[in-house]
Design a protein around this ligand. Sequence first.
Ligand SMILES: *[C@@H]1O[C@H](CO)[C@@H](O)[C@H](O)[C@H]1NC(C)=O
Ligand SMILES: *[C@@H]1O[C@H](CO)[C@@H](O)[C@H](O)[C@H]1NC(C)=O
Ligand SMILES: *[C@@H]1O[C@H](CO)[C@@H](O)[C@H](O)[C@H]1NC(C)=O
Ligand SMILES: *[C@@H]1O[C@H](CO)[C@@H](O)[C@H](O)[C@H]1NC(C)=O
Ligand SMILES: *[C@@H]1O[C@H](CO)[C@@H](O)[C@H](O)[C@H]1NC(C)=O
Length: 950
Amino acid sequence: MASSLYRLKFVYWLSFLSTFHLIATRSFSFVQPLCHGHERSYLLQFKQSFVINKTASIDPSAYPKVASWTLEGNNSDCCSWDRVECDEFNGHVIGLDLHSSYLYGSINSSSSLFSLVHLRSLNLADNHFNYSQIPSTVSNLSKLTHLNLSGSMFSSQIPLEFSQLSQMSSLDLSLNHLEIKKPSLGHLVENLTRLENLDLSWVSIISIVPNILGNLSSLTSLRLSDCQLNGEFPIGIFKLPNLRVLDVQFNEGLTGYLPDFQWSSPLEEIILANTNLSGKLPSSIGNLGSLTKIDMKSCNFSGFIPSSLGNLTNLNFLDLSFNTFKGHIPSSFGNLIQLSFLSLMDNELTSPIPFEFANLTQLTYVFLYNNFISGQIPSGLMNLTKLSILELAVNDLTGQIPSSIFNLENLELLDLSMNNFTAKVEFDKFVKLKKLTSLHLSDCGVSLSISETSDNTTLQKFQNLGLFRCNLSKFPNFLANQDELTWLDLGDNNIHGQVPEWFWNVSKENLELIDLSYNFLTSLGQHPILLPWTHLAILDLESNKLQGTLPIPSFSTLQYLVSNNSFTGKIPELICNMSSLQVLDLSINNLSGSLPQCLHNFGDSLLILDLRRNAFEGNIPQAWTSGSKLMMINFSQNKFQGLLPRSLARCIMLKALDFSNNQFNDTFPTWLGNLPNLKLLILRSNKFYGPIWTHKAKYKFPSLQIFDLSYNSFTGSLPLKFFQYSNSSRLESANKLTYIQVTSSIDVQNSVINFSWKFQYNYAMIMINKGVVTDYKKVQELFTALDFSSNRFTGDIPEFIGNLNLKGLRLLNLSNNILTGQIPQGLKNLLTQLTFLASFNVSNNHLVGPIPQGKQFNTFPSNSFEGNPGLCGISLTKKCKNSEVSLPSPSTPEESQDLGSPFQFGWKIVLIGYGFGLVVGVTIGQVMIARNQDLFMKTFGMRKLLRGLI
Ligand SMILES: *[C@@H]1O[C@H](CO)[C@@H](O)[C@H](O)[C@H]1NC(C)=O
Ligand SMILES: *[C@@H]1O[C@H](CO)[C@@H](O)[C@H](O)[C@H]1NC(C)=O
Ligand SMILES: *[C@@H]1O[C@H](CO)[C@@H](O)[C@H](O)[C@H]1NC(C)=O
Ligand SMILES: *[C@@H]1O[C@H](CO)[C@@H](O)[C@H](O)[C@H]1NC(C)=O
Ligand SMILES: *[C@@H]1O[C@H](CO)[C@@H](O)[C@H](O)[C@H]1NC(C)=O
C-alpha cells in the first residue's frame, strides 16, 4: 500500500513538472540590480522557519533548494540564490520555486513570506507544512499570478482572502487536506476571472459544482478530481471556449449528461471516470476534433458507441469501461491511428472485433474483458507490434487462436480466459514471445500441448499462468525452473497420480495462488507438513483423490480449500498458526479426532468454516470470540457430541449454522436468537430435546428463513412464534437471483494488472422430505423452509400461521409429531398465495377434520396427509361430508431449476483492474488517489462453473 501511494504521488508529480516552468533563468547580458535588503532578510527568515527533513518531499529529484540561501562568501545578492527570480529592472523578488525542497514546518500569518509583496509566482508544492491552515495574509500577495501548493500538507478551510487574488491565472491547491465549505467554491472564484488553470483535486468540497465556473472564460484546465462533488454537472462548463482539460473523476455523487457538442472546442482531455454521469454518448462528440483522451470509466453511460468517435483521429486514450454500452465496436475505430490505450471492458458489447483494428499500429493496451464479443480474433493483428496487453477474457470468442498473435513480440500479458475457442495450441508458440510473462488461457476451449523437450532453462520467467481446464495431463516440467510465478492455476485438468517432488520448489518465495483442484491427484508425495511457499495466499486442492495427512500451507494463507478428497488423521495443531485464514474448507474427507482448541486464533479473519462430512468427534471448543467475522459454519455429518458452545452467540456476523447429523445432546439454542443475520439454522438428526420457549421477547431470530429441527426429541408447541415477531423486512431485500453466499477476495501481484481472486462460497445444505434427500449446492436468498418433522411436538397448528411473514416458503414439514386439531384455514390463506411451495407434509399426526381446499392444496399428494385417521378430503380415502368439488388436475409446481442446480457450486471469479504501474506508462499526469484504489476494480465475470456431483 505504501509503495502504491508513493507511486501515485509520483505520477501526479510528473504532471506537475511538465505543467510549470518557473525555473529562474539568469541569462541576461546586462548587469542586474542587486536584490533589496529587506527582501533578502524576508527570504532568510522564511528559510529559517523550517527544518530540512528528507521525508517532507517525495519527488526523487527533490533537494533542499534553500541551501544556497546564505550570506556567507560573496553571496548576498538574493537574486542569485537558487530558485529566486527577481524583476530584471527593479530587482524585486517576483518568483520563488521551492517545490520538493524538503521544507518541514508550519506557516502562519506572520510568516515573512507574505511580506514579499511583489511575488508573481510561488511554488511550494511537495513539502510538508505540518497541516497549517493557509494564512489569510496570503491576500498580501496581490500580484500573484501562479500559485502552487500542491501536495504540501496544508489543511482546513481555504480562506476567503483568496478571492482577492484577482490576478491569479494558475492555482493549484490539490492533494492537501483542504476543504471548501464557507466561503463556497463559487464565492472563492467568482472574481478570479483570469484563471486559466484551476486544480482543486482532493479538496473536500462536498457540494454541487457552481454554475459560475462556466463564466470563467479563460479556463484552459479544470481539475476537480475526488472533491466529493454532487448534484448535476453544469453543461456550461463543457462550453468554456478555451477549456482543454476537464477532469472531474472520482466524484461518485456527480450526476448529469453530456451535451450535444454542436460547437467546436479545443477540449483535449475529458476525464469523467468514477462519476455518476449517465445517458448516451452523443454522436456529436465527433466534433471535438482535438480530443486526445477520453476517460469515462465506471460511469453510468449506456446506448451505442457512436461511430463518429472514429473521427477523433488525435485520440490516444479511450476508456469506456464499466458502463453499459451495447452494440458493436464501430469499425470507424480503424481511423484512430494514434490510439495506444483502449478499454471497453465490462460493457455489453457484441459482434466480432472489427478487422479494421489491424490499422491501429500504436495500440499498446487493449482491454475488452467481460463483454459478449463473438467471432474470431482478427488475423490482421500482427501489425500491432507495440501491443503489450491483450485482455480478451470473458467473451464469446470462437475459432482458432490466429497465428498473428504469435508475432506480437512486445506482448507481456495475454488473457483469453473464459471464451469458446476450439483450438489446439503448442505452448512453445507462446514461449517465443519473450516478453510474455502472464498467460491466462483458463477455460477458453484451448487444449494446450506442452513439449517435454524444450530447453527449460532459457524460458522467460512467467508471473502468471492461468491454465485451468486446458486439457493438461501432467505437471508441465518447465515449471521446475520458474521462480517468479505468483499465480499458478492448473485446476480442472487431467493430471493423475502423485505431485512430483520438484513441485515443492517452484517459486517458493513468490507463489501466492496455487490451484490444483479438480484433477485426479492421489498423493502430495513427500512434503513437509508445513508447505514451503512463504507468501501463499490461496491453496485450492479440492476434488482430487488426495490421501494422507492434511498439509498446512503457509501461515499467511487466506483461503485453504481441500474439500472432497480422502485426507485422514487429525487436523494438525500447526493450523493454529494460520492467523489470517478467511476460508477453511475441509469438508468431505475422512478427517477425525477432536478439533484443535485454537479455533479462536482464526477469530478475527475467518469467514467460512466448513467441516462437513468428516469423522470429527468430541465437543466443539468453546473458543468463539466476539469480533469474529464468521458468516458460515458447517459442522454437519460428523460425530460431535455434548453441548453446543454458548460462545457462538458472540459471532454476530453469522448467516448460516449447520449442526445436522451429529450427536449433540442439548436443549434448543434460544441463545442464538439475537444473531441479527442468522438465516439458516439446521439441527436435524441429533439428540436435541425439550420444549422450545418462544415467548421470550429477547430472542427473536429476526432473519431466520431455513429452520430445520427434524429428527430430534423436541416437545411442546411448534416454535412458530419466532416468525411472528420477526423482522418484517426479512425478505424484502432478498434478491431472488442471489444465493446465500460469502465472498472472500484476494489480490495477487502482477506488474501490470491487478488480478483479484474472488471466491464466492455458496452455502450448501441437505433437506429431507418423505425420505427423499435433496442436496442443494447453493441456496437462494429467498428460500424459506420450515422442517419440524419427526419430533414430539404437541398441540394445534396455530391459526396465526396464515399471517406469518413466510414469503418464499418452499417447504413446510410438520409430519411425524403429535399435533392435534384441524388444519387451520389460515394456513390455506398462506399457501394459496404462494406459487412455489414445493412440499407440504403433515402426515402422521393426530389431525382431524377436512383438508382445506384450494389450488395449492390440491397439488399435494395424499401422502402429505396420511397417517391422520381423523382427516378427510378429496385426496384421501376418507371423504368429507360436505366437501367441495375438486379443481382440475394439479399443475406441476415450477420447482427446482432456480433452487440451484446440483451441478454448480464454488464459483470463483477473477477480477482485474489496471493499476498504477500501468497508468504511469500511459497517462502521465493523471491524478490517482489511493483511497479510491478500490474503484479501479469492479466485479465482473464468473470464472468457473465446476463440474461433478460430490
Ligand atoms: C520529518 O517529517 C516527518 C513527516 O514527514 C515528521 O513526522 C518528523 O517528525 C520530521 N522530523 C523532524 C526531525 O522534524
Ligand atoms: C467580487 O467583486 C464584486 C465587485 O467588485 C464584489 O462586490 C464582491 O464582493 C466580490 N466577491 C468576493 C467574494 O470577493
Ligand atoms: C465524421 O466524419 C465524416 C467524414 O469525414 C463526416 O461525414 C461526419 O459528419 C463526421 N461526424 C461527426 C460527428 O463529426
Ligand atoms: C486505416 O487507416 C488509414 C489512414 O491511415 C485509412 O485511410 C483507412 O481507411 C484505415 N483503414 C480502415 C480499414 O479503417
Ligand atoms: C501489415 O503490415 C504489412 C507490412 O508492413 C503490410 O503489407 C500490410 O498491409 C499490413 N496489414 C494491415 C492489415 O494493415
